[in-house]
Each structure stands twice: as C-alpha cells, then as structure tokens.
Write a protein that binds this ligand. Structure first.
Ligand SMILES: [Zn+2]
Ligand SMILES: [Zn+2]
Length: 606
C-alpha cells in the first residue's frame, strides 16, 4: 500500500474498565487502520496500527481529544515500526500480563444516564427494572476485579457467563458488536444471565425472590411501615429506613450509638434538600459526579425541618448527603417516591461491614427487619466516601468508593521501588508506595478488632497484587510510633516477613508530612506546621497532643506544644473528650474543687 506506515503506540493511565479498548477500536476502524489492540495489565494498552500516514496522525491526535470521559491518560508514546508484515484486519487481542509503576484499574463508577434510561424502559425487556445493568462506561470495577489485566474471567462476574438468547439482544452479541455500547465491556449482565436480588427475613428465610417488582412493592410497604432494611450493594451493606425522627431514634438505639452520632442520607434529587441545606455549584457537581460520595452540606439557618429531620445530625451544622449510584437505589426511589432515606453503613461499631450473605444476616439481625441481598460476590469491601468542599476544593474525610484505587503523587522523584505503610489505629487506611506514587487502600476504620486487623492486611495484599509489586521489591515498612497500636504489630510482622527495616513515624509529624506532600512542598523546603489532631505517642515516650513542628521530609523539631496534662483512662480520652476536660480541671483545681465543678456541669454522667 502506497504511503502506508506502521506504528506502535503505548498508552498508560486509567485505560482499562472505562471503555478505552472499544474507543480505540472504533477510532482506528473509522480511519481504516489495521493491526491490533492489546491490554497489558499495569503496563497499559499497546496498539500496533497500519494505514495511511494522515490517518495515523489523525488517530494519534484524537486519542486525547475524544477519549472516554472517565479514562485518564498519563502518557502516550509512539514509535514507527519498519514492519514488512501486512495486517488485513483490526483486532482486539487477548490480554497479557504487563508490569508498570501505575495502576490502570478505575474506581467503581455510578450507573450512567443511558443505562438508567434502559432500566426504566419496558421495551428493553432483559434490562427493564434490572438493578445490575451496566455498560463499558459504568458499573462496579474496584470492588469486583480480583486481579489485572481487567477481564471478566478475573472478576466476580466469572460466575455469570453471558447469555446467548435474551431479548431484544443477547449479552454475547452486545459484547461482540463494535457498534454496541457494551462492546468489550467486562462487568455487565442482564436479568437472564446476571446476578439477582432476593428478600430474606431475620432468620435467613427467603420471603420474596426472582420478581424484582414484587420485591420492590414489599420493600416499599415495609419501609413505609417503619421497618429497617439491610441492602447489599456495590461494596458493602447499608441499613436503610425513612428519615423520620422515630426511625432515626430506633436505628441509633439498635446500633447502640451515642445520641449525637450522625447518619448519612440518600435523596433521589437535590431539590428535596434545597429548603434545608446550602448547596454550592461545586458541591452539586461532585454530588452528581461518577464518584457519588457523601458530601457534608451546611444546614440553613431556620431551614425546613419537616424535610430534613434535626435528628439526622443533632448538634452539627451539616448533614452528609448522597445521590443514588446504583440501579437498586434508583428503583427504590421509583417505588417509594421522593423521600429522603437514612443510608448508613450496615455494621456494628468498629467492625467492618459484612459482605457475605450469611454473615450479613448474622451481623445485622438485631439491627434490620428485612434483608435485600444479591448473589454476586463483593470482592473488595468499600464504604461510601465522605468529603466536604472547602474554598472550592475537595477535602476528603473518608476516602473509599469512587476514589480507590486512584493514587496520590509525591512532589519529587523517589528512588524506592516499593514500601508499605500500615497507618495509625483509628480511622486507618493502609498505603503502598510505588516510586513517587502512593496507592491508599480503601477506608479500613478503627483497627481495634480482629476483623479490622484482617481487613487491613487483606486490603494491603490486594493492592500489592493489583500493583504487581513483588515481595523482593518492598524496601521498608512504615507505621505509627505508638508501641501498643495493632497497626504497629502488623508493621512488625511485615518487617519480619519481607526482611526489611521498619520506620516508626511520630503521629503529628506524619500529619505534617501529608500536608507538605498535598501542598507540593519541594524536597529541600522546610515548613512550620501546627497539628492539633488528637493524641500521638511522642518521641520522649509521653503522649503528645497539639504540636508546633518545624519540619522537612527527613526530620522534625517540636518547637512548641500544649502543656502536658494527665489523661484519665489514657487513649479513651480521644473517644470521650469529656475525660480530657475532667483531667485538666482535676489537675488545675485538685480533687475537692474539681468534684464540685463536675457535679455542676454533670460531666460525671458522660
Ligand atoms: Zn452505563
Ligand atoms: Zn444476558
């Protein structure tokens, strides 16, 4: 062919599970290019393409311009090949294992508008009211994928082979047709071949199965009657009820939580909260994004309490709101109407959410009245992410679904192949370093129980596996300085297992280091940081709390701090701040005077 050229292109970034291969295939096809497209695990996507020079140039130009919305391109490298081989067809080749310093797998993606329309369209038969509907651009990813490269056989969807005869078109036909929006999508299915919901009572007996419409009618009846429903979803289980005072108090009592513990609320649209909460443009945007986090929205002064009960977050000036992100959420609101729902993690205090059906019922039978469970395995448990907007910037409070496994970049080059950090004890996430990138695990919670201990270890090993980090590449382990933290014990285990050094980092210095990295502080710069976080084990063996720290990336100096105080019950002061106040009063006034003060302010009762 005259003026024909062959090129090899290697693309890295989030280029798997976001409709990238189908996009490349159709772009190449439209330009009459031949050759192949190959998924190479963490090494990204490789293409070998042959065609007219002008068409190849068009192709390269359009990769970044027309890429799927959720994909993220880190790098495109192109080289010419002096190929004498002539390609007759364009093909998507079978994936191969490849290693790189990045991770090509995306986070879980909220159901897209097109799938939502199909789910509500009776003509679509196999998708009508089918809550697990998904496509190349939406659906669960991180929670379902066991390992890379990203293909159905390495995901929990392996148990649901594509159907061959469903109406109006079979799943295998959709998968194979380059004009279909499910061409080469990996985690979709339909009501004929895919997972299903079943309704159970507290004893684990089936009360409704198969017909989703019957199930939804029954759920609506039970929710309107004041029952609490446990729903297994994308990355875990939620406890759900109508957001009225009576239900909220009942649920809080059943969970054994303190009277001011707030709940998250799911609403079908933001109009419902307009009269009670303030919503900025940025908050609206992130709430509606494919990440669908819980966003803390400020309560309006004299806001409409009839629409947003004060019991949801008593004593706080904000409420955590999220929008529906999976098919079942939308169906729920289609049936129950435009009412806010309490949508809180289905777990007992400090224990991770159960994700296996029998364990869900076992763990939640005193909390929920009915159980809506599906038969797809949740491979990775993820909680809903929680954030607030501050000066138009996202401030993450809990980083999980919709964000994991995306990485954070350090603002300097790092000559370390890999390292593992186990974090502190409360509100923990683990992390794996890969060169200058930090891959955090999903939110783990308080590592104070065997279940969270296992969860942290499993999540770290899963991340290591996704990143294809070999044991021999791990150069050190990092953890908190506190000798009694369970996370410190895990770090010690890892240090022996991988036969590498263990670095224990002072808690407040670690916070300042995070701030430095987040704010692009350069490798040779120093900062003065103020850390008023809870308590942290100090380098002098005392418990610190409230530090002014002069810090660079190698060392720190504690140049100022709050006065030392006795702590009644030690670390329990972080959980019960009244204990800290009592300690200070006792220290200052002595026992007789302090007792009088305690009686007056009823501190003893808390
Ligand atoms: Zn979709
Ligand atoms: Zn099917």
């Amino acid at each position: 062919m005259k003026d024909s050229k062959t090129i090899e292109a290697n693309i890295t970034g989030i280029v798997q599970g976001v409709g990238f291969r189908p996009f490349l295939y159709n772009l190449a096809r439209s330009l009459n290019l031949k050759g192949y497209i190959l998924n190479r695990g963490n090494a990204g996507v490789r293409l070998v393409l042959q065609g007219f020079s002008a068409n190849l140039n068009d192709f390269i130009e359009n990769i970044k311009l027309k890429k799927p919305q959720i994909s993220f391109i880190e790098n495109v490298s192109i080289k010419s090949l002096n190929s004498i081989k002539k390609f007759d067809i364009l093909a998507i080749k079978e994936s191969e294992q490849g290693r790189g310093t990045s991770l090509t797998l995306p986070t879980d993606i909220a159901i897209c508008e097109t799938c939502l329309k199909d789910m509500r369209n009776p003509q679509m038969k196999k998708y009508y009211q089918y809550p697990f509907i998904a496509c190349a651009l939406c659906g669960p990813r991180f929670t379902t994928v066991k390992e890379l490269p990203y293909d159905r056989e390495r995901s929990t969807m392996i148990e649901f082979p594509f159907c061959t005869h469903a109406e109006p078109i079979s799943c295998i036909k959709e998968y194979s047709d380059f004009n279909n929006r499910r061409f080469h999508a990996q985690t979709f299915s339909c009501s004929v071949c895919g997972p299903h919901y079943t309704l159970y009572d507290r004893e684990g007996e089936v009360t409704q199965e198969k017909q989703i419409e019957d199930i939804l009618v029954e759920i609506t009846r039970r929710l309107n009657g004041g029952d609490v429903l446990a729903i297994k979803g994308i990355g875990g289980t939620h406890l759900v009820c109508l957001a009225n005072d009576k239900n909220i108090l009942k649920l809080r009592k059943r969970k054994g939580e303190r009277k001011y513990k707030p709940f998250a609320v799911m609403v079908p649209n933001l109009d419902i909260v307009r009269d009670s909460l303030k919503i900025s443009l940025e908050e609206r945007e992130i709430l509606n994004s494919f990440r669908r986090p819980i966003v803390l929205l400020e309560k309006k002064n004299n806001g409409d309490e009839s629409k947003m009960s004060n019991q949801i977050a008593p004593g706080l000036n904000n409420i955590g709101i999220m929008l529906p992100y999976s098919g079942i959420h939308h169906l729920l609101f289609d049936f129950i109407g435009e009412k806010p729902l309490i949508y809180t993690s289905g777990n007992k205090s400090s224990i991770p959410m159960a994700i296996e059906n029998t364990k869900i019922i076992e763990q939640l039978k005193d909390l929920a009245d009915i159980f809506l469970l599906h038969n797809r395995q949740i491979y990775q448990r993820v909680d809903d992410s929680v954030l607030r907007m501050h000066d138009s910037k996202v401030k993450l409070i809990r980083r999980s679904r919709g964000f994991v496994p995306e990485y954070l970049s350090l603002p300097f080059e790092v000559d370390i192949s890999s390292a593992i950090a186990t974090g502190p004890e409360l509100m923990t996430t683990g992390a794996i370093l890969r060169r200058n990138r930090i891959f955090q695990t999903q939110h783990i919670g308080h590592v104070t129980h065997l279940e969270t201990y296992d969860f942290l270890k499993e999540s770290l090993f899963h991340m290591q596996n996704l990143l294809q980090v070999k044991d021999a590449e791990i150069e050190f382990i990092a953890c908190d300085l506190h000798p009694a933290f369970i996370t410190t014990q895990i770090a010690q285990e890892f240090s022996s297992k991988f036969n590498v050094d263990l670095y224990q980092i002072q808690h407040h210095y670690a916070h300042i280091l995070s701030l430095m990295a987040e704010n692009d502080v350069k490798i040779d710069e120093k900062i003065v940081g103020i850390c008023t976080d809870g308590i942290g084990y100090g380098t002098d063996g005392n418990i610190w709390g409230g530090e002014i720290i002069l810090s660079d990336y190698n060392k720190f100096q504690r140049i100022g701090h709050l006065e030392n105080q006795p702590m009644i019950g030690g670390d329990r002061c972080t959980k019960y701040p009244a204990r800290m106040a009592a300690s200070i009063i006792l220290n200052k006034f002595g026992i007789d005077e302090a007792s009088k003060i305690f009686n007056k302010i009823e501190i003893i009762n808390d």
